[in-house]
Design a binder for this molecule. Sequence first.
Ligand SMILES: Nc1ncnc2c1ncn2[C@@H]1O[C@H](COP(=O)(O)OP(=O)(O)O)[C@@H](O)[C@H]1O
Ligand SMILES: [Mg+2]
Length: 451
Amino acid sequence: MTAPLSQPFSIPGMLTDADAESAWIEVIRKMDETYANLVAQQVELERKNAELEEAQAFIASVLGSMTDVLIACDRDGRIEQTNPAAERALACTGRDLTGRPLRDFLDQASHAAFARLCSAALRREGGSDVELSLRGPTGPFPVAVNSTVRYDQRGHAIGLVLVGRPIGELRRAYRDLAAAHEGLKQTQQQLVHSEKMASLGRLVAGVAHELNNPISFVYGNAHAMRRYVDRMTAYLDRVHDGAGAADLAATRKELRIDRARTDVTATLDGMLEGTERVRDIVAELRRFSSEQKHASERFDMTALLRSAVTWVARAQMPDLTVVFDLPEALEIAGHPGHLHQVAMNLVQNAIDAMAGAPSKRLELHGREEDGRIVVTIRDSGHGIPDAILGRIFDPFFTTKPVGKGTGLGLSISYQLVHDHGGALTAVNHPGGGALFTLILPAAGCRQGAVQ
Ligand SMILES: Nc1ncnc2c1ncn2[C@@H]1O[C@H](COP(=O)(O)OP(=O)(O)O)[C@@H](O)[C@H]1O
Ligand SMILES: [Mg+2]
């Protein structure tokens, strides 16, 4: 059977037109596919590239915003990368730095330390902190450096990463701080000194006031004595001149010799009493104002309180009513000078608070209970506002104008009482005025702080 003529003629083994066409179509399809793959790869590559650039920009911005110096070196100590802070500090561009030994930028004194860092890196030893001195454009400057070993993907140590903070600024800041601190300490010392001077001034004024009385007494009596002596001398002169009995009797009457004779003893007694009072005041002053730091002795708190009130209050507030409710003696062991200072501070504050008050009254109560001496000092002043009650013992806290108060009296007193194993507290009395309570261990009972 023969094939119809309309059918294409084909020889077995030979490509027909249709075969060739489909082969072409296949080729073109493959080319399309390959092209599409290429385009996809290109897009992916561009995306990765963008990501990479972003990551690089991020790292660059991190490195750029670091204020610390960052230097990456290889195992031989050659610079591989630096951050802008390092470039600024060394006054070189990154390009100039790359490949150069870091040693070139180190002060001679730091060479050994850097060599140790490099050999530690070779031994794969962990991070360490050292101080290196880098050579900047204006000379060497100290840098506190943290050094860590850098590894490659296979875990081989390939270099060092040094991160350093210039500490010149820090040192300068420390120096300024130390200077400011020193200045502050001096000011504080001056204030403490001026508080001391102020209380010394008060003490001197009080003691002068106290001495005034007996001294004027002695002075007045001495004048009287002089007059008696003059009269007696005149009489004796007449006796020595051999005056007659009648003449002598008249002179004796005229010079009031008999009166002088009886008065002399009383005048001398008065002088003696006055000088004894002066002696006692001076002894009291010695006893309660001594500056021996570590002396601890037994003394009477009642006498101490009386003297503190007398010296501070009498001269400053003559119209003050003082109520002493104190036992005959309150024996205590400690530093009388310091506790006298405490008592004077408390009395002075009470006087300050009562200035201008209609009634001026100071009450001191003292008792011994359970091995403790409890003393309360109450005034009739304006009291302590609740808002500041918690701060009055703070150093330098004062509500008084400049020149009147330093704010140190109570803080020093608190410390002195504490040093004696005692306690000092303040409240407002329900009936008005401030009430300070001083608790101290009684003599022989000083075993720790008073609660
Ligand atoms: N008896 C008192 N009555 C009222 N306020 C007082 C009394 N004692 C102390 N204060 C308050 O406590 C503050 C601190 O006292 P102080 O440390 O002695 O310092 P200064 O007397 O130099 O101010 C005083 O400024 C005052 O405000
Ligand atoms: Mg005071």
